[in-house]
Design a protein around this ligand. Sequence first.
Ligand code: GLN
Length: 490
Amino acid sequence: MLSNKTSSAVRTAINALQRYKVLNTLTNDCFDKALETEQQLSNEQKNNSPLYGRPILIKDNYCLQDIYTTCASKMLANFRAPYTSTIVQRLIDSGCIIVGKTNMDEFSMGVASWGVFGPVGNPWSVKKATNIDEENLKKLLHVAGGSSGGSAAAVAANFVSIALGSDTGGSVRNPAARCGCYGFKPSYGLLSRYGMIALVNSFDSPGIFTRNIDDLILTINAIAGPDGEDATLLSKPFERFQSSTELLKDKKKITIGLPDEYDINKLSSEYRSCLQDLVVQLTATGEFTFKRVQLPYASYSNAAYTILSSCEIASNMSRYDGIKYGHHTNNIDESKDTYEDILRKTRDESLSERVRGRILAGNYYLLEENYEKYFVQSQRVRRGVTNDYTKVFEEDKVDCLLAPVVSDDPITHAEYEQSDTIFTDDDIFTVGANLAGLPALSFPVQVSSKGFPIGLQLIGPFLQDQALLSIANRICSTYKFPFLDLTKQN
Ligand code: GLN
């Protein structure tokens, strides 16, 4: 017996994704397969799990067997994954229906979700720009954040309620803040990275986008837990997280740290007020106290992130030589081209300047004469960053930290094209949690006067993921964020 409800959920998602193609949220779709899968669902199965029959999207850096997995790069434009990533398989096993792969920055490098398939549009631009035809809208669209912008935009617009992204230096939290949804990066080692194409192995974390905390909890419960395929994963069994209603019963007073080094003077006045007003409002409830704390290494974290990530990127990207798989140049002079010539041409043709720049930088930092000066020194900074967090959680006894994610409203794609280095300063707010492997959650707070969501983030102690979601749940139940729903827009 077919379930109409399930059937309509998948159909609605597909219709919305097709209708708002201008947002460019997908790199490729699985619409036919999704409809076919939905046909096979039974009501009985659906009743067994709240995820059963749920249409979802996954970032195009997760392997899904036989489906294109491109990382929004020409290098992998024709690559079909031979296997499925662990956490994607677990979602499928829980009854989720994958409707497509989402657009992103090439190989997850960047903050604008602008790879070889063009940029993702911020869904709030569409809300503001009703009655504008598609051509004009394209010029007026704002950046959706990155690198997991396709997933964030699709969830924020309510095309789907759950999507996967990945966070190496903020790529889940940044687009979640820009698009107006939840974006969760769990503790390093909680979710398997098997089948998620590596950017920086020691920072990478799968991440989840949702429109409420319950869906975050449901998703984590479906995908967390040991996996023999990922040696960096925690080996102890995963204890399922409680539901948000259960978590709300915890009435313990919360102490939240405000790090001095996340200089809020760098924020636009509106973004600064958003943070300050939230502190005042939460203090007034009597359930929260705030404390200034210091993270002295934070000012070096962006530099350490840049160096260490480039080094791992150089190593990870060495597999893309156009021979084993990936793009292969046709422009070969058989009489004189060496392996290096072919490699250079292959990469010139298929990788953007940003990606090649990071490979080059990484190899430079790893040269014998530079290794100590850059790589080893950055590892020291990484240790310092981690120790700073341990100190504030253990000695200052704060339950979590509250911090900005980005400092101002997004700019348009046209403006971004003029300067694609813009916004990287904001990485200082996000990279620390990756250097230290901590859980962090970006959550929407209010809408700016220009009509864009303003998000903030909470950063918690290692493996206190459930406690962090519990605090977020308490914070977010003190106000009502006006979530966007483009499926209801005329
Ligand atoms: N802005 C960071 C970078 O470009 C984000 C990377 C990420 O989290 N995938 O490296």
